[in-house]
Design a protein around this ligand. Structure first.
Ligand code: DAH
Length: 345
C-alpha cells in the first residue's frame, strides 16, 4: 500500500518540470512542506509493523532524498536564470561605445564668426533663399538692365509681367534690405546663409556656397569704424599679427567700396600656392552703405550712415583648413568630415 503510493509519487517527481519558480514552490509545499506528503508518509511509517520498518525505512529515506535533490536542482537552475536576467540590466556596466559625429567645417567657421561679432554687439539675422528682384538687386542700387546685374549669374525661377523676378538669392546682401525695411536704426547685425549662382561646378566654383553679411547703421558711422571692426575680426579669427589691406573696388550698394585682403594665413606672407605667391588673400567686400540703398529701405540718409561687408564662408574655411576643392564642402564624404572631429556639446 505505502509502496504503491511511493512508486506513484516517485514517478510524479521524476516527471516534474516546472515552468517557473512559483510552480517549484507549489511542488516544495506539496512534498516537503510541514503538512506535505513526506511528512505524512513518515506519520504513516510509525504505524507499520516492525518487520516492515527496516525495508520501508530505507525506501522512505531514499524517496525523501529524491524529493529534496529534485527541489534543490530546480531551485539552482531558477536562481541562475534570475541572476542572468539581472546582469542584462546591470547599470554599473560601462556603456556602449558609440561614435558621435563631427561638426561640418562650415558650421565651425560660421559659429566662430558669429561668436566674434556677438562680442562686438552684433545680432544674428536670416532671410529667405528665394528672393525677389527688389531685395536681391533693385533696392541694393543695381540699376535695371545695368551690367552690374551680370556680375552675379542668377538662377531665376519666375517672371512677373514678362520680367525675371523671383530668383535664388545671389548674395546675403538681400537680408540687409529686409532688415532695414522691417526695423528702425541703429542696426548692428551679421547675416549668415546660403547663396546660389549659375556656375558650372568645379574645384574652384560651385552653384551654391555660403556668405556672411554684416551691417552697421547708426548716426556718425565712418569708414574708420569699418576698418577697425574688420581689423579686430581678422585678429580674432586668424590670430594677432595678421595684416589687412583695403583695395578700392566697386559694388552698386556701397560708396566708397573696397575689398579686404589678409596676409596669407598659410605662408604668413612669404608666398605659397594658396596666395598665388602674392602673400595676400582677398576675404571680403565692404564699403559705406550707399545713401540710395538707405533711402530705398526708408532710412533717412541725412541722419544715418553705415557700413556693410560680405564674405564667403568657404574662402574663410579654406584659409583655416586648406581645403583645395570646393566640392568637398557639399559631398558629405565621411573621410573628409571625420577630419574635423570636435567636441559636440
Ligand atoms: N554681396 C557681395 C557679393 O556677393 C559681397 C559684399 C560686398 C557685401 C560689399 C557687402 C558689401 O555688404 O558691402 O560678392
Amino acid at each position: 500500500m505505502m509502496q504503491d503510493q511511493i512508486d506513484q509519487y516517485t514517478a510524479e517527481i521524476n516527471a516534474f518540470s516546472p515552468a517557473n519558480a512559483d510552480e517549484l514552490e507549489t511542488f516544495r509545499i506539496k512534498f516537503l512542506g510541514t503538512k506535505g506528503i513526506i511528512k505524512d508518509l513518515f506519520e504513516q511509517f510509525k504505524t507499520v509493523s516492525s518487520e516492515e520498518k527496516r525495508t520501508f525505512g530505507k525506501v522512505l529515506n531514499q524517496f525523501k532524498q529524491l524529493a529534496e535533490a529534485k527541489h534543490q536542482d530546480l531551485q539552482e537552475s531558477f536562481k541562475s536564470e534570475v541572476e542572468n536576467s539581472k546582469s542584462e540590466i546591470d547599470l554599473t556596466l560601462p556603456g556602449d561605445n558609440f561614435q558621435v559625429g563631427s561638426r561640418h567645417p562650415l558650421s565651425l567657421v560660421r559659429n566662430e564668426i558669429i561668436d566674434i561679432f556677438k562680442r562686438l554687439g552684433f545680432t544674428v539675422a536670416e532671410g529667405p533663399e528665394i528672393e525677389d528682384d527688389w531685395h536681391n538687386f533693385s533696392a541694393l542700387n543695381f540699376p535695371e538692365e545695368h551690367p552690374a546685374r551680370d556680375m552675379q549669374d542668377t538662377f531665376f525661377i519666375k517672371k512677373n509681367n514678362g520680367k525675371d523676378d523671383i530668383a535664388l538669392r545671389t548674395h546675403t546682401s538681400s537680408v540687409q534690405v529686409r532688415m532695414m525695411e522691417n526695423g528702425k536704426p541703429p542696426f548692428r547685425a551679421i547675416m549668415p546663409g546660403r547663396v546660389y549662382r549659375n556656375e558650372a561646378i568645379s574645384a574652384r566654383a560651385h552653384c551654391f556656397f555660403h556668405q556672411v553679411e554684416g551691417l552697421y547703421i547708426d548716426e556718425n558711422v565712418s569708414f574708420a569704424d569699418l576698418k577697425q571692426t574688420l581689423y579686430h575680426f581678422v585678429q580674432e579669427l586668424y590670430g594677432e599679427g595678421t595684416k589687412v589691406r583695403f583695395r578700392p573696388s566697386y559694388f552698386p550698394f556701397t560708396e566708397p567700396s573696397a575689398e579686404m585682403d589678409v596676409s596669407c594665413t598659410i605662408c604668413k606672407g612669404s608666398g605659397c600656392n594658396m596666395c598665388k605667391y602674392s602673400g595676400w588673400v582677398e576675404i571680403l567686400g565692404c564699403g559705406m552703405v550707399d545713401p540710395n540703398v538707405l533711402e530705398n529701405c526708408g532710412i533717412d540718409s541725412k541722419v544715418y550712415t553705415g557700413f556693410a561687408f560680405g564674405m564667403g564662408m568657404e574662402r574663410i574655411a579654406n584659409l583655416k583648413y586648406v581645403i583645395r576643392d570646393l566640392r568637398l564642402f557639399s559631398e558629405n564624404d565621411e573621410r573628409f568630415l571625420k577630419q574635423f572631429q570636435t567636441e559636440i556639446i
